[in-house]
Each structure stands twice: as C-alpha cells, then as structure tokens.
Design a protein around this ligand. Structure first.
Ligand SMILES: NC(=O)C1=CN([C@@H]2O[C@H](COP(=O)(O)OP(=O)(O)OC[C@H]3O[C@@H](n4cnc5c(N)ncnc54)[C@H](O)[C@@H]3O)[C@@H](O)[C@H]2O)C=CC1
Ligand SMILES: CC(C)CC(=O)C(=O)O
Ligand SMILES: [Mg+2]
Length: 371
C-alpha cells in the first residue's frame, strides 16, 4: 500500500519518540512491501519559535493532503509558566483537531502481565482489565468561548455540545462495543451540568439502535474512583472532551505507564495518531522517554488502513520487549534502555520476525542477539 504520512514531531520529547515510530513504520514497510512516504512539518512551541504560529498554514495543508498524520506532542514550560501568553502551543493541536474534523479520540487501555506485579494498584484488581475510551475531541469546554474580565478578577470558559456532536462519536463508541464485550459506559456529570444531561438524553435515544449493547451511566467523580478500584467492569467508555482527557491519564496507571498509551483521533476524512501523553519537557533530549505510546499509535495508524497483520507485528514486538524487560526507565528502573535503543530493538524484531528466537541471557542491544 502507498501511504503519505505527515509527521509532526512537535516539542519536548515529541521529536525523539516520533523518530522511533517512523523507524518502526519503515521497518514494517520493508517487511510487508509497502510504500510509506513521510513528510515532516512544524507544530507547537517549535513552530511559534520559528514562525510565530503554533499551526503554520504549510503544516495544516500537509496534514489535509496526507493519508494520515503521526503526531508527537506539543507544549513548553515557557508557555505553561506564562498564563498571559496569547499565542500558545496547545492552540496548534486544538486547531489541527478542529480543522481536520477529528471528533473521536480512541484510547485503548490494556495490561501487560510483566507489569502487573509492579503496579501501584492491586494486581488482582487490574489483571485482565481491557477497555477503550471514546473521548469526544472537537467540542466542549476546550473549544468554547473564553474570556477574562477587564480587571482580571474573573474568567470564563464556556462548555457547549450539540446533539449532532454527541451522536457522531456515540455511534462509533456503540459500534466498538458491538465488536467487544457489548457494554458501553457513558461518563458524565448529569447531576450538575446541562451539557451532560444532553449527553445522557442523546445517548439513551441512540442506544435503541444498538439493542445488543448494555448501556450504563456513571458520574465522572465516581468513574475516576471505579477506574482504580474495579477497572475490569469497563469495556467501552464514552465521554466528553475534558473528562476523557483526565480519565485516560488516570487509566494509564492500569497499563503500567503513560508512556504506553496510544491513541487514534478520527474524523470523516482525516485521521491522526498520537500518544496520549504530553511533551514531558523534563525528559527532552535525555533519551529516557518511552517511545512505545508513539509506536503503538503507529500501529493504530496501520489498523486504520486495515493493515492488521502489520499492526499486529508491531504489537507483538512491543509485547515481547516488555516481556523481556527491554524497557525505558518509567517501567524498568534498574536496567533500562534508551528511547533510541527501544526503537532499534523493535525495528530489529519486526525486520527479522520470520525467525526470531531471543537469547535473553545474552540480550545485547548494541549488537542485538536475534538468531
Ligand atoms: N497531546 C499533547 O501534545 C499534550 C501536550 N501536553 C503538554 O505537555 C507539557 C507537559 O505536560 P504534563 O502535564 O507534564 O504532561 P506529560 O504527559 O508531558 O508528562 C506527565 C508525566 O508523565 C510521564 N510521561 C509522559 N510521557 C512519558 C513518556 N513518553 N515516557 C515516560 N514517561 C512519560 C512523566 O513522568 C511526566 O512527568 C505541557 O506543556 C502540556 O500542555 C500535555 C498533554 C498532552
Ligand atoms: C492540548 C491538550 C488538550 C492535550 C491533551 O492533554 C490531550 O489531548 O490529551
Ligand atoms: Mg491529556
């Protein structure tokens, strides 16, 4: 298959993790005889530094004409620490999501047997947890009007949702539930928020089209607790933009690290693939960031084009690397590998996958022992 992939590395650890994801995609292209063409563009703080614009026109044009976008992360402390900055890196990502119509953000959460014992959560509670969060991505409070009073003493963020915005992401969530364990949990705050009541009403109505899916409702405060005490109850979670943002970072504790959670942001025409984490500025350039979230996002990109065997080759390589403890320091504190070495290792596994047997004792990432 021929694919043009726009690559937006962004800020902080964005470039180093994206580089590993591109490396792995090239290795998939070689092994499965595909023609993937990559083109890079600026976004976020890096784009502000160079062009005073967090989403330059050239970047948006490239994303619109590409088959898919591979996104790293944006964000820089100089903006995080300056609340009065008018031009901000996050505006680049939000505008990109809006312009490409990426209304659904799909965030799968699974566990890895090797990581369950070292989790801060009780092993018996998380073992077997497997859920996917459908987060609405182009509406709600992140996109509502914002203003600050002239005297600077009050500020407002408006949260708006329309029935059609709720329906289009809800349809995708119901369809996902039909292919999974047939349970959908709508997370909202319908006891307080008018928008949440509209979500409940709309989703309840839509559920009639999906009689095989069991629909449940949970207030977001309770959901945040249930995520930790009984995550196995969840199959598909459907929720609005901000709640999904927050709950998915929390859910990453179940997987073992936020550096493992990938996502697909999809719309009717475009699709963008991005780790759920941010630019982790403290780690930038140190080679300690986990590239797996970016690499699994690349696997979701392949899924999107029905390249299932190819996506599974990436996931198998990731599973094996975790099984062998070939991990960055967020997972393996004592004997960790660098961001680049993880990319090299997965690249090697994918390229030589026909005949892999790994001698764990002699595992040497400098000269990888793959026989
Ligand atoms: N999609 C995006 O581009 C996002 C951007 N941001 C931006 O990122 C910047 C930093 O925000 P934070 O709140 O610190 O969130 P963050 O996700 O960048 O980092 C939070 C913590 O998660 C861990 N972490 C994140 N990515 C990791 C990785 N790949 N490997 C290992 N550990 C990892 C680290 O312990 C880190 O301190 C801000 O400017 C924020 O606006 C935040 C979230 C998403
Ligand atoms: C700009 C933020 C909304 C990014 C973020 O935290 C996310 O999408 O997870
Ligand atoms: Mg987030």
């Amino acid at each position: 298959m021929k694919l043009k992939i726009a690559v937006l590395p962004g800020d902080g650890i964005g470039p180093e993790i994206t580089q590993q994801a591109v490396k792995v995609l090239k290795s998939v292209a070689d092994r499965f005889d595909h023609d993937f063409h990559f083109e890079e563009a600026l976004v976020g703080a890096t784009a502000i530094d160079q062009l005073n614009n967090p989403l330059p026109d050239a970047t948006l044009d490239l994303c619109k004409e590409a088959d898919a976008v591979l996104f790293g992360a944006i964000g820089h402390p100089k903006y995080d620490n300056d609340p009065s900055a008018k031009i901000r890196p996050e505006q680049g990502l939000l505008k990109l999501r809006k312009e490409l119509g990426l209304f659904a953000n799909v965030r799968p959460i699974t566990t890895y047997s090797k990581l369950i014992e070292q989790s801060p959560l009780r092993p018996e509670r998380i073992n077997g947890a497997d859920m996917v969060i459908y987060r609405e991505l182009t509406g709600g409070i992140y996109f509502g009007e914002k203003f600050i009073s002239e005297d600077g003493n009050s500020a407002t963020d408006i949260c708006t949702y329309s029935v059609s915005e709720i329906e289009r992401v809800a349809h995708l969530a119901f369809q996902a539930a039909q292919k999974r364990r047939k349970k959908l949990t709508l997370v909202d705050k319908a006891n307080v928020l008018e928008t949440s009541r509209l979500w409940r009403k709309t989703v309840t109505e839509l559920a009639k089209d999906y009689p095989d899916v069991k629909l449940e409702f949970l207030f977001v405060d309770n959901a945040a607790m249930q995520m930790i005490v009984n995550p196995k109850q969840f199959d598909v979670i459907l929720t609005e933009n901000m709640f999904g943002d927050i709950l998915s970072d929390e859910a990453s504790v179940i997987a073992g690290s936020i550096g493992l959670l990938a996502s697909a942001s999809i719309g009717l025409k475009a699709a963008l693939f991005e780790p759920i984490h941010g630019s982790y500025p403290e780690a930038a350039g140190k080679g300690i960031a986990n590239p797996v979230a970016a690499i699994l996002s690349a696997a979701m990109l392949l899924d999107h084009f029905n390249l299932t065997e190819e996506a599974n080759a990436i996931r198998s390589a990731v599973n094996l690397s975790i099984e062998l403890n070939v991990c960055t320091q967020d997972i393996n504190k004592d004997n960790h590998y660098s961001t680049e070495k993880i990319g090299d290792f997965l690249d090697g596994l994918i390229s030589d996958n026909d005949n892999i047997s790994i001698n764990n004792e002699n595992l040497n990432l400098g000269q990888m022992t793959i026989i």
